[in-house]
Write a new protein. Structure first.
Length: 219
């Protein structure tokens, strides 16, 4: 079992993903979570100073600093792995492989991101701005267009986090997955290039067999 310490530098601005309407967030998002305590904490982290603009998507804050949550990075890893195995399985060894039928289970059980709240550190003179763009949808009544506004963190912002990989053989795969951020990143409007980043593995820590045994005991 190994821990990868990663820093990601955003090459494109990042858009917030959280609904600024607390009623929507509570009814449609928080209600689906099995961990009500954590979701209540997320509700409290929504920025009170901009809650009046209920049609905007925003970044949660921790002590005034915008953050990502650990599961957003884990969701990115899962999506990247889905891309890798879309057309052919990823061969770990002669007897082990990951396919499009098993990739979700592998990502959920093998990759663990820390900390839970990941601060977004701005470059010098960086600040939160806004991005407004059109959203188009095909409906039975024809094409419909609406405007969407999101908080935007600047290009050059960084995040630092760790990924614990339960099986050593998967470390090269995880390094490959975080490189996917150069093509499709984090946050909203990813298909337009928002939220792309370059990741660097600062350190690989061997957690050792004893840590595995302690983890089993904790369960």
């Amino acid at each position: 079992m190994k821990k990868l310490v990663v820093v990601a530098t955003f090459t494109d601005p990042i858009l917030g993903t959280y609904s600024n309407n607390p009623d929507i967030h509570l009814e449609y998002i928080a209600s689906k979570s099995a961990d009500k305590e954590k979701m209540q904490q997320e509700m409290e982290n929504l920025p009170a100073d901009v809650l009046q603009d209920r049609a905007k998507t925003v970044f949660p804050r921790k002590d005034g600093v915008p953050i990502f949550y650990d599961y957003q990075v884990k969701g990115f890893l899962k999506a990247a792995l889905a891309t890798v195995v879309e057309f052919e399985p990823y061969q770990i060894s002669k007897t082990k492989k990951i396919s499009k039928y098993t990739h979700k289970r592998v990502a959920s059980s093998q990759f663990f991101v820390n900390p839970r709240e990941i601060p977004i550190i701005f470059p010098e003179k960086g600040e939160i701005t806004e991005c407004t763009r059109p959203l188009r949808a095909e409906t039975p009544l024809g094409e419909r267009t609406a405007l969407m506004t999101s908080e935007e963190c600047p290009e050059g912002s960084t995040i630092k986090f760790s990924i614990t990989v339960m099986t050593d053989e998967l470390v090269p795969l995880v390094i490959r997955l975080i490189k996917y951020g150069e093509y499709k990143g984090l946050g909203q409007w990813r298909n337009a290039g928002k939220g792309r980043f370059k990741a660097e593995v600062l350190e690989v820590v061997d957690l050792g067999e004893s840590t595995k045994e302690e983890s089993k005991g904790a369960k």
